[in-house]
Design a protein around this ligand. Structure first.
Ligand SMILES: NC(=O)c1cnc(OC2CCCC2)nc1N
Length: 331
């Protein structure tokens, strides 16, 4: 039976209800990795909202899930200057490098230091700015000072919230990456279409975010892990570990494998643990990032021109990265 058309007032109310419900389901699926409904439930509500928006285009809002599919053809990417520089990391390649780092930090800090250890996601660094809870700008790292405005492309990345859980103004940074399985599927498609394949998931993510057709980006199944707060706004975390939890509380996807270590021996054990586990992860990592946990100590130690003195990236031996992807291709 044909639905009786809604009045504008009914449609306005219904659209708001559907948006809230759909955005909650999308958060559970793409951010929390804990979906509570089957896809068909989401799809049915999505169609209901899409039909209302077709009937009443004025009801379309920037945080409507229908805006995630892209559809804009960009002319190019404008430049963005990062108010807070996006630093890179000094690298370590051996156990000795990591223990030397600990010695330097303990000496500079002049007191016991705890470390927040994080998997080093092998993707593309991005910066996201929110005003009163709304996503207003997304940019690449570029050279650390000037990056490219890729806001429209990032709006199609489902794990990036268009609206935070609190109406706060913050700037956060993290990694945009392509999951291993999505990488394998994309290369299979490209091979069948006679196109060049991507060498690795990082290149595939970078290539996807450079697309000028935003509907292409929407199809690439990119995801994110956020790990830095550049502008805290009203956020209160005093340590890196708490900041990661606070990022998650306001709606961002953060990596669940983080560990707070009280000694460098614990750090080294964590490095060995994930050197073993990396092939089982659904995304590529190229090492482990070790950060002094307390922000007071980070402030004391500060930065060199390019990188913080209070962090180091332990890099896994590169040759294994290739094997990991080859193994995946045969599954
Ligand atoms: N690829 C990563 O997963 C990653 C990269 N960088 C950082 O922290 C840097 C950022 C600026 C100072 C410390 N953390 C990470 N987890």
């Amino acid at each position: 039976m044909a639905e009786i058309p809604l009045t504008l007032a009914e449609a306005t109310e219904k659209a708001k209800e559907l948006r809230t419900q759909l955005n909650q389901y999308a958060h559970e699926y793409y951010v929390a990795d804990k979906p509570t409904v089957e896809d068909y439930v989401y799809d049915r509500l999505y169609k209901e909202l899409s039909d209302i928006e077709t009937e009443y285009p004025d009801l379309i809002t920037s945080d409507s899930p229908t805006q995630r599919v892209g559809g804009k053809i960009l002319q190019g990417f404008e430049k963005v200057t990062h108010e807070v520089q996006m630093y890179s990391l000094n690298d370590g390649f051996s156990k000795e490098d990591i223990y030397d780092f600990d010695e330097r930090v303990q000496k500079l800090a002049g007191k016991p230091v705890s470390y927040c250890c994080e998997l080093k996601i092998d993707g593309l660094a991005i910066s996201l700015r929110y005003e009163n809870g709304r996503f207003v700008q997304g940019a690449t790292r570029g050279d650390g000072t000037v990056g490219e405005n890729i806001t429209e492309n990032l709006k199609t990345v489902k794990s990036i919230p268009l609206e935070l859980k609190k109406p706060i103004s913050v700037e956060v940074r993290g990694e945009c990456y392509m999951p291993k399985q999505s990488f394998v599927n994309l290369n299979k498609e490209r091979e069948e279409a006679g196109q060049d394949v991507f060498a690795n998931p990082r290149n595939a993510a970078a290539g996807s975010l450079r697309q000028l057709d935003t509907s292409m980006v929407a199809k690439r199944n990119l995801s994110t892990f956020l790990y830095t707060v550049a502008d805290f706004g009203p956020m209160t975390a005093q340590t890196q570990f708490d900041a990661l939890n606070e990022l998650s509380e306001i709606g961002f996807r953060t990596n669940p494998e983080k560990k707070l270590c009280q000694t460098i021996d614990e750090v080294w054990a964590y490095i060995e643990e994930y050197h073993e586990k990396r092939s089982e992860l659904p995304y590529e990592i190229d090492g482990i990032v070790i950060k002094t946990n307390e922000f007071t100590i980070q402030d004391e130690l500060g930065f060199t021109v390019k990188a913080p003195r209070w962090a180091i990236a332990y890099k896994f031996p590169p040759e294994e990265a290739q094997t990991i992807v080859e193994e995946i291709e045969w599954t």
